[in-house]
Design a protein around this ligand. Structure first.
Ligand SMILES: N[C@@H](CCC(=O)N[C@@H](CS)C(=O)NCC(=O)O)C(=O)O
Length: 223
């Protein structure tokens, strides 16, 4: 079995990257420089015609989309318990994972790459400002999710084991810094993310991507 992950530093590909590190199994990390447009070259487009990271290649089969990759890794490495086994807890975890991936994540994309959604500098500035404010509300929702997990006695967002919700929370709160939101404004989330970043496997993924946890430089920085 060979596993290869195409990732970009600081991107959403951090989620499978951290999970793969925590399996303890060998995998090949392949960096894609999206800031240099490498995801649009012909070779990469042959791998993923949508030109996005992450891509997980498992024994020659390319799998895209975080939700699908997470599900694949969960089945591939059942002993890691990336997702809860109990049916309702599993559905709750998938509910939150889907929300992170289909709502919170694209809201940040509107902040980071407004040019993907609208033309013209002024319209782009408006899209960016509107979504940066919306993103802050979503981090507030994530703060409530973290508080609820803690009050339920769960060490991690999916229950007793580190998993995709924890890795995604780290990524989303980091991105919040780029959107002008101080991570310390979300105390439970910030505390949780710091705990997750200290896990040896997560720390290894962060070191490979050279990630700084707190990228907040003031609210004006997002403007
Ligand atoms: N729904 C996709 C989202 C993937 C995505 O948005 N990837 C971003 C990085 S966070 C990307 O590759 N962007 C490059 C581009 O669009 O040019 C997934 O779950 O994999």
């Amino acid at each position: 079995m060979t596993l290869k992950l195409y990732f970009a530093p600081g991107a959403c590909s951090f989620v499978p990257h951290a999970l793969l590190e925590s399996t303890g199994e060998p995998f090949e990390p392949e960096m894609v420089k999206i800031h240099k447009g490498e995801n649009y070259n012909e070779e990469y487009k042959a791998l993923n015609p949508r030109s996005q990271v992450p891509v997980l290649v498992d024994d020659g089969e390319a799998i895209t989309q975080i939700v699908a990759i997470v599900s694949h890794l969960d089945r591939r490495f059942p002993h890691c318990n990336f997702l809860p086994r109990e049916p309702l807890a599993h559905s709750r975890a998938m509910e939150t994972l889907a929300w992170m991936n289909n709502t919170v994540h694209p809201t940040f994309t509107h902040v980071f790459m407004p040019q993907k959604f609208v033309g013209g500098e002024q319209a782009q500035a408006e899209v960016k400002a509107f979504n940066a404010q919306l993103y802050g509300q979503m981090l507030g929702e994530l703060e409530s999710i973290v508080r609820k997990a803690a009050s339920d006695g769960s060490a991690y967002l999916g229950g007793g084991h580190f998993g995709p919700l924890d890795a995604y929370s780290l990524t989303l709160l980091r991105w919040g810094g780029f959107a002008g939101h101080d991570p310390q404004g979300y105390p439970a989330l910030w505390q949780h993310v710091q705990k997750v970043a200290a896990l040896p496997a997560v720390a290894r993924a962060m070191a490979r991507e050279r990630l700084q946890l707190n990228v907040y430089k003031g609210s004006a920085a997002a403007a």
